[in-house]
Design a protein around this ligand. Structure first.
Ligand code: AMP
Ligand code: GLY
Length: 468
């Protein structure tokens, strides 16, 4: 099938690899020439991916039979509507339903209207006076969020991005005076996780849970970023996340999909829930209307080779075969190679040399992001995330070690978070949640099922068995 892929980042390269393995003929429409996609695409064009008429013109001319939209900006611009209107089944919600991501205010109000559980308390002031009053309504720490898209970088959390409530109020007011809406939310304490699902108008099909590392620097220091890396566990849960808690998060996705339907909106695409696991269970931080980046790379790596094309076509046409929801039982770790200073002041232009073959020989997959090819084995970093390295193994820390070993074959001036997927970091997160659940109990070690590569996963299954 001729599949059009809109977007040119690492997430799109991972989608492209999964489609290519399923035998798709890949057509790529993106603003940048992604070196990984260039290698596997039958055709690829440079265009503004938010320009619906140009995307449709290319899709028609290249005889695309289906389309998948990777990033949020084209969804927000209505590119999925334009493709569907021209008769091309598309993975990705239309502009109206994509507001679940593009407007945090739309999302919170929709979920509140339909009584979806698991929301933090929020206030959406419309004037600077209201903003001052809103701050006073939060007895504890709070969070300030511009309502629109900020690539994960516009959210200010009390305790990390500001200390004095007055600073938070000033930030909220600065957003309002720019003519944008702003939300103030109760600050949730816990561990974050991402749960994505394939969604049609009749079904919600969850994928393995993933933990993303949002902060720029090791030890979760520095500013919020799009995500520096991520991991997933062999049993599709997380070290700190039980099956029951995952199921609660699935219920939030199901209730939200039902709320979207109840508003008369169609949804055929990916629904990504960003959750905080708190002492009271999972709470929803945000929705995205697409695969997470990097989280999508974890789950796409786990997708059982073969039928991704049928699965995506099923999502696009609203008829998913549940037997196609097949992810291997392996742990994965993704680490992003980024320009120095990424997050606040990225320094672009650095040349990085990559030995693709040595990386593959080390059992690690290389996924190309926002880089420009400058030779057969070298790329130039831009201001965004450059290369993603994906390791897989039985245990998370083992997958992380594989990525670390493969980084020896990536040379140049770049930054990477070495702490992602280490035993120490996993133990810290496990202990964080344990303390939230029972503050007075003694510290307990990381469970064997997480710490040891040889231990069986906590749900049944041999290492490489596939579960739905
Ligand atoms: P968002 O774009 O809404 O996901 O926010 C980006 C990041 O800000 C999240 O991944 C969290 O780390 C943090 N954040 C957002 N909302 C909250 C909240 N209510 N409480 C604590 N942290 C939050
Ligand atoms: N990694 C967070 C996101 O994709 O929005």
């Amino acid at each position: 099938m001729r599949f059009l892929l809109v977007g040119g980042g690492a997430r799109e390269h991972a989608i492209g690899i999964a489609l290519q393995r399923a035998g798709s003929e890949l057509l790529v429409a993106s603003s940048n020439a992604n070196p990984g996609l260039e290698r596997i695409a039958a055709r690829s064009v440079r265009l503004d991916p938010t320009d619906g008429s140009r995307v449709v013109a290319f899709a028609k001319e290249a005889k695309a039979q289906a389309a998948v939209i990777g990033p949020e900006a084209p969804l927000g611009a209505g590119v999925a509507d334009a493709l569907r209107a021209s008769g091309i089944p598309t993975v990705g919600p239309g502009k109206a339903a994509a507001q679940i991501e593009t407007s945090k205010l739309f999302c919170r109000e929709l979920l509140a209207r339909h009584g979806v559980a698991g929301q933090p308390r929020f206030v959406a002031p419309t004037t600077v006076e209201e903003a001052d009053r809103a701050v006073a309504q939060f007895p504890g720490p709070f969070v300030v969020k511009p309502s629109g898209l900020t690539a994960g970088k516009g959210v200010w959390v009390q305790g990390s991005d500001f200390t004095d409530p007055k600073e938070g109020a000033a930030y909220a007011k600065s957003i309002l005076v720019q003519g944008q809406r702003v939300l103030l939310e109760e600050k949730l304490e816990g561990e974050e996780f991402s749960l994505m699902a394939f969604v049609t108008d009749s079904g919600v099909y969850p994928m393995p849970a993933v933990q993303d590392f949002k902060r720029a620097l090791e030890g979760d220091k520095g500013g919020n970023t799009g995500g520096m890396g991520s991991y997933s566990q062999r049993d599709h849960l997380l070290p700190f996340l039980s099956a029951g808690e995952r199921d609660q998060a699935v219920q939030v996705l199901e209730a939200s999909a039902a709320a979207i339907r109840a508003e008369g909106l169609s949804y055929r695409g990916i629904l990504y829930g960003g959750f905080m696991l708190t002492a009271d269970g999972p709470r929803l931080l945000e929705f995205n209307a697409r695969f997470g980046d990097p989280e999508g790379i974890n789950v796409l790596t786990l997708y059982e080779p073969g039928d991704f094309e049928s699965l995506l076509f099923g999502v696009a046409t609203g008829r998913v075969d549940p037997n196609l929801i097949r992810f291997r039982l392996r742990a994965t770790v993704v680490k992003y190679v980024v320009p120095p200073g990424y997050g606040d002041r990225p320094k672009p232009g650095g040349i990085v040399t990559v030995d693709d073959k040595a990386i593959e020989d080390a059992g690690v997959h290389l996924v190309y992001g926002s880089v420009e090819a400058v030779g057969p084995a070298s790329v130039r970093l831009g201001t965004s995330r450059g290369l993603a390295l994906v390791g897989e193994a039985s245990a998370i820390h083992e997958a992380g070690s594989r990525v670390e070993a493969a980084l020896a074959f990536v040379k140049g001036d770049y930054y990477v978070r070495h702490d992602i997927g280490t035993k120490e970091d996993l133990a810290r997160r496990w202990e964080h949640v344990r303390r939230l659940r029972s503050p007075n109990a003694k510290a307990s070690p990381l469970p064997l099922s997480v710490a040891s590569a040889d231990a069986p996963p906590s749900s049944a299954g041999a290492p490489d068995q596939v579960i739905g």
